[in-house]
Design a protein. Sequence first.
Length: 223
Amino acid sequence: MHILVVDDEKLIRDVIKEYLENEGYEVLEASNGKDSIEMARNYKNIDLIIMDIMMPKLDGFSAVKEIKTFSDVPVIMLSARGEEYDKLSGFDLGIDDYVTKPFSPKELIARVKAVLKRNGNDEKEEYKYKDLEINYKSHTVQLDHKELELTPKEYDLLTYFTKNENVALSREQLLSKIWGYDFFGDDRTIDTHIKMLRNKLGKYRDLIKTVRSVGYKFEAKKD
C-alpha cells in the first residue's frame, strides 16, 4: 500500500516514513499542501494520506478540501494543536482520524492500520470470535447462535470496536463517530452505553477493555 506523508518538517516526515516502511508500506512525501494536491492527482494508487495542518503555501485543511473534490482517499490529520475547532473542521471535511502532536509513532501506525482496515472493509461481511458473530450486511449480532437485541447505538459501538480491534479509542472519538459532533452530551453517555453493551455481551463483556486516561479498546485473543 502507498501512503502520502505531508508535513513541512523533514524530521517528522523521516520518522513517520521509517515506521511506515518497517510495516511494509510504500511512502511518498510532500512538504506543503499545494504539492500534496498535485501528488494526489498524479498518483492514483495512494491508499492513505497523513496530512499536517500548519504548512507553507497551502494549509492542510485547504489541501484536504481540494483533494476531496476528486478523490475519496482516507486522510489522517496531524496538528500541533488540539483545539476542538480544528477537529470539527477536519471531520467536516471528511477526514478519518485526527492525531495531535507530539504523538507516538507506534500509535500513529495503529491508527493507520485501523483506517485502512475500515476503508477496505466494504467487502467484509462479518466479524466472528468463537460464538460471537456480527453480520455487517444484515446488522445482526448473534451470541451462542441467538440474536442479541441491541439498540442502534449499541450496535454502532460494537461494530466500530470490531473494525478497530486492538486500537485504544478515546471517548471523544467514540462520541464523534457514533453520535456526531452535533451531540451535546458528555463522556457519561459513552460510559453508560458501554456498560449496557457489556451486560448484553455476557461472557464476552471483557472483550471491551477500559484504557485508563484514554477510553476503551476491543481486544479479542484469537487462537
